[in-house]
Design a protein around this ligand. Structure first.
Ligand SMILES: Cc1cc2nc3c(=O)[nH]c(=O)nc-3n(C[C@H](O)[C@H](O)[C@H](O)COP(=O)(O)O)c2cc1C
Length: 180
């Protein structure tokens, strides 16, 4: 089974996950800008890894635009975000990104955060977004100090169990491709 991985990454976490998956699978990973049908057509499995910003998977539209041409392949989206996975969050990501319309496997990995790696408009936007969220949500109000520290100390997370879940699927797909 031939697999290829594409990623979008602003501060490196999604890129690191794409590369660690590529090392495990033994395949190549590329920046999403190289994602063109003529490169994809020879592969059985295509993985797209990108961060979640305000519940939207960044650059996912570029991947979905190719869907009609690649829908007979194994398609996997890996959404990287700071929020821990939950049923509610999964449903929100599916709804916001209209993934119900496609036959694509969705996985979530817990990412990291480093405000220093963001451009200042993005940093400002995020600070404002957090301020608004804290204002609205009583649970966040009680955690405001903790939420505020997100800007002072970079957070790193290596979602080993999430990577294992994706690898289980890859192994199952590999087995299935041998049976056919
Ligand atoms: C503007 C902005 C919005 C974000 N929104 C979300 C979000 O809605 N849900 C979430 O889980 N993480 C959110 N994050 C956290 C990122 O998804 C996380 O930092 C991710 O690891 C970044 O990946 P990258 O290093 O590949 O760019 C947001 C980050 C930024 C900068």
């Amino acid at each position: 089974m031939k697999t290829i991985i594409y990623y979008y990454s602003k501060s490196g976490h999604s890129k690191n996950y794409a590369e660690s998956l590529a090392n495990r699978i033994v395949c190549e990973s590329f920046n999403y800008k190289k994602m063109k049908y003529r490169h994809l057509k020879d592969f059985d499995t295509i993985i797209f890894v990108a961060p979640v910003y305000a519940n939207k998977i960044r650059k996912v539209n570029k991947f979905l635009k190719l869907y009609k041409k690649i829908k007979n392949k194994n398609l996997i989206i890996v959404a990287v975000g700071m929020q821990p996975p939950s049923e509610d969050r999964r449903r929100t990501i599916i709804t916001v990104n209209l993934l119900d319309d496609y036959h694509i496997r969705l996985y979530e990995l817990i990412g990291g955060f480093d405000a220093n790696k963001l451009s200042w408009p993005l940093r400002k936007l995020m600070k404002f977004g957090l301020k608004m969220a804290i204002k609205k949500d009583p649970l966040l109000q009680s955690q405001a100090a903790m939420v505020g520290t997100i800007f002072d100390a970079p957070r790193e997370y290596n979602d080993i169990s999430g990577i294992e879940r994706i690898m289980d699927t890859i192994h199952r797909l590999e087995q299935a491709s041998k049976v056919i």
